[in-house]
Design a protein. Structure first.
Lengths: 220, 552
């Protein structure tokens, strides 16, 4: 417990500082992309009442598009956290080239499958898997790793910080729920902020990982 | 500082002085060639302090400083080996980061060598020196001199040294022709197979292409800000992101040398700092800054800001350095000599590109300033062409203006001279340059040939055919800028003011032009020591009220 508190004390200020700055710098793109992403969820609403054939077709289309938009939103957040000026176009960058789309689809599908599998067993394993694989999209896109390598690296990155990441996942889910309670639209700024925060967390954890590996990130 | 040694070599603002290692018994073998620049007016260089960081360098500098004029003059030119010092300038009162230079050059196991016969040709461009550096690293014997008197020069040479240190070319095996043919045959077959596999992978499977050919051969050379950034990206990115970047830069063409295509991509992006910040995490940028530029950015975590600092070190957004025509002309002459003597790869002639770009930028800047007499003009021509050349707040470096774009800009300027709306500015320009026309066609042709050399393709004209034509066209183009037969020089002399006296008739400035001539100028203009001016002299030995246009 003390270890988790230490990690929180060390990580949260850095993540918070970068998130706030990134959010402030790219607020328009983040809000716009969040709205587009959340609006894309509406695609699935008619499925509840549609014919079976139509529903399957629409679900398939949604399956090929929606996870990639989620990845695009995640990349928007990472770029914003780095101060790299994410734009509205970042949301669709994960679609091109086609190999990247396929890679992102695989990452998202495999992660979802593992999370689902974990959730079937009990809720907690699903949560654990979700937390530990949540950085795979960054590895797949920013570091151009293959889907499996990206998931492996994400797992490795969170090895010493599992409790921290699970806590932050729970916190994020809580914030999302809170945003929903705020007339539903409250979820938009919450999503926009959370994607930046997770992007910042990715960089902070990698920085700590590099420090642990070398004792210092300084070359000399 | 320079008076105690013998000047043996000079190129532009670079100077080389020969000094003995031991002034009392300075033999040929112990001779040292010290390269430095002490001609900048009002220079605040403190090499003694700067170099005290390294014991070896300190000793050598102390020896150099102690040597007498007589001792230096008695010194024969070193013939078999030469050694030297690293001299770096003072930047904003602080010594320029020495660590990267020292880490590359000054370890005993990495002493560098260049042949003394080449070294003492007395007509060496910095880029050639950098090429020697690379050769020295490969040969692994003897000693070499590295010198830089500006951040830009230093980054150029560092860039070369860094590349050479990271990718030493293995010595070519002395194999028989048959064995080589076999290897070539197998290699060609393998390359064909790999190319096919890569095509299938890219086009059908959509998997990542692994065409990394040329990642280690950074040719043709380019050491301006853009190529420095391209080299940084290719060297610092992990293999997979690097492949991804190269593939993105290649675009639909799907081919091209990594360095060349990444350079083109950098030219095309709106804001390189944004791209750099997106490609690396802040802590990675801090490591890069520390490793390559001795910048300590570990207290920062804003990737964009860190990227901007790194780009600034690379030369982005920096005020355009003003160039005298003499330096450019001598560089062409040197390249022509080396090419005719077979001393260089014809593709290296493309190295003249940045110099031509700079000449064209300075030329355009001078004529616009002459016409508009203001740096804050709001007219469209100024905003389009001069402001990007003159401001240092731009996201991109002035060097991002390619030769082709500059030729187009000169075309526009020429049209403005006859059709432009600003009549008074046109008349002001025509007072001096009526009837004089810049040769834009040759510049366009130079741009085309430079591209052919830099992005050589097998099916096109061979570099060995293009290079001589390129160099002679460059010499011709530069000469026509200096030609005074039909009126004032299109590219005026660049005068650096070293001393100013106030007299009852106005200011009397003493300075030196880019060809080394002493100039005395009487003017009402506010001359300052250390400032540089483009000067169109009138025909009197003491320049009385010449046309002066502030450079930079």
């Amino acid at each position: 417990m003390k270890n988790v508190l230490d990690q929180l004390a060390s990580t949260l200020p850095r993540v918070g500082r970068r998130s706030l700055r990134g959010f402030r710098q790219s607020v328009v793109a983040l809000l716009l992309n969040s709205v587009l992403f959340l609006a894309s969820l509406l695609w699935f609403v008619p499925l509840l009442e549609a014919d079976e054939d139509v529903a399957v077709g629409m679900a398939m289309i949604g399956f090929f598009v929606h996870p990639i938009l989620a990845v695009g939103l995640g990349i928007t957040g990472l770029l914003a956290a780095r101060g790299a000026g994410a734009g509205a176009a970042t949301l669709v960058e994960a679609f091109w080239p086609p190999s990247r789309w396929v890679s992102n689809l695989l990452v998202a599908s495999l992660t979802a499958a593992l999370v689902g599998l974990g959730a079937i067993l009990l809720v907690l394993p699903g949560l654990l898997v979700l937390a530990r694989l949540s950085f795979a999209i960054y590895y797949a896109n920013n570091l151009a790793l293959s889907p499996l390598a990206a998931m492996r690296e994400s797992w490795r990155l969170t090895r010493g910080s599992t409790a921290l990441v699970v806590f932050l996942t729970l916190l994020s889910l809580g914030l999302l729920f809170g945003g929903l309670l705020f007339y539903v639209v409250g979820v938009v700024p919450v999503v926009a902020f959370l994607v930046v925060a997770w992007g910042a967390l990715f960089d902070v954890l990698r920085e700590d990982q590099a420090k642990d590996a070398t004792g210092s990130v300084r070359p000399d | 500082m320079g008076s105690a040694q013998e000047l043996v070599w000079e190129w532009g603002s670079w100077r080389a002085y020969a000094v003995p290692l031991n002034p009392l018994s300075g033999s040929i073998q112990n001779a040292h060639l010290v390269l430095f620049d002490d001609v900048t007016p009002g220079a605040t260089h403190k090499p003694r302090d700067l170099l005290s960081a390294d014991p070896l360098l300190s000793v050598l500098v102390a020896e150099a400083r102690r040597s007498t004029q007589e001792g230096a003059r008695l010194l024969p030119a070193p013939r078999n080996a030469w050694a030297g010092l690293v001299y770096v300038p003072v930047l904003h009162g602080e010594p320029y980061p020495l660590a990267p230079v020292r880490s590359v050059l000054c370890r005993p196991s990495m002493q560098l060598v260049v042949p003394a016969s080449d070294a003492l040709r007395l007509d060496v461009a910095p880029r050639t020196l950098a090429a020697w550096l690379r050769g020295g690293l490969d040969s692994g014997e003897g000693l070499v001199v590295l010198a830089a008197n500006s951040e830009r020069d230093l980054s150029k040479v560092l860039s070369w040294a860094g590349r050479a240190a990271r990718s030493p070319r293995p010595p070519r095996p002395q194999g028989e022709a048959a064995a080589r043919a076999k290897v070539l045959g197998v290699g060609a077959l393998a390359a064909f197979g790999l190319a096919g596999a890569a095509w299938v992978e890219r086009k059908i499977a959509g998997a990542r292409a692994r065409d990394t050919s040329g990642l280690t051969s950074f040719e043709p050379p380019g050491a301006d800000a853009v190529s420095g950034l391209a080299a940084l990206l290719l060297e610092e990115l992990a293999p997979r992101p690097r492949e991804s970047l190269v593939r993105k830069a290649r675009g639909r063409r799907g081919r091209g040398q990594p360095l060349a295509v990444v350079e083109e991509w950098i030219h095309a992006v709106d804001d390189p700092s944004r791209e750099l910040a997106g490609l690396f995490a802040p802590f990675e940028l801090a490591v890069i800054a520390r490793k390559r530029f001795s910048l300590d950015l570990h207290d920062m975590d804003d990737g964009r800001e860190m990227a901007t600092r790194i780009l600034s070190e690379l030369g982005f957004g920096r005020q355009l350095a003003q160039l005298g025509l003499a330096g450019a002309i001598s560089q062409v002459g040197l390249l022509q000599d080396r090419l005719s003597a077979g001393g260089m790869d014809p593709r290296e002639a493309a190295a003249l590109g940045p110099t031509l770009e700079q000449v064209a930028k300075c030329l355009l800047g001078f004529h616009l300033r002459l016409a508009f007499r203001s740096d804050r003009s709001l007219d469209s021509l100024y905003k389009t062409h001069l402001a990007p050349l003159a401001t240092n707040g731009q996201a991109k470096a002035p060097s991002c203006r390619s030769l082709g774009e500059l030729a187009h800009a000169l075309d526009e300027f020429h049209r403005w001279r006859t059709e432009g709306p600003e009549r008074r500015a046109r008349e002001r320009h025509a007072d001096i340059y009526a009837g004089r026309v810049m040769d834009r066609a040759t510049l366009s042709e130079l741009a085309r040939m430079r591209n052919a050399l830099a992005h050589h393709r097998e099916e096109g004209e061979q570099p060995a055919q293009i290079a001589p034509r390129f160099l002679s066209a460059a010499a011709e183009w530069l000469s026509h800028l200096r030609d005074e037969r039909e009126g004032a020089r299109l590219f005026p002399a660049l005068v650096s003011i070293e001393k100013v006296e106030a007299t009852h008739t106005g200011l009397l400035g003493h300075g030196r032009d880019d060809e080394g001539r002493e100039e005395t100028i009487r003017t009402q203009q506010p001359l300052l020591v250390g400032s540089t001016w483009y000067m169109l002299p009138r025909s009197n030995p003491v320049r009385v009220r010449p046309v002066l246009v502030r450079a930079g």
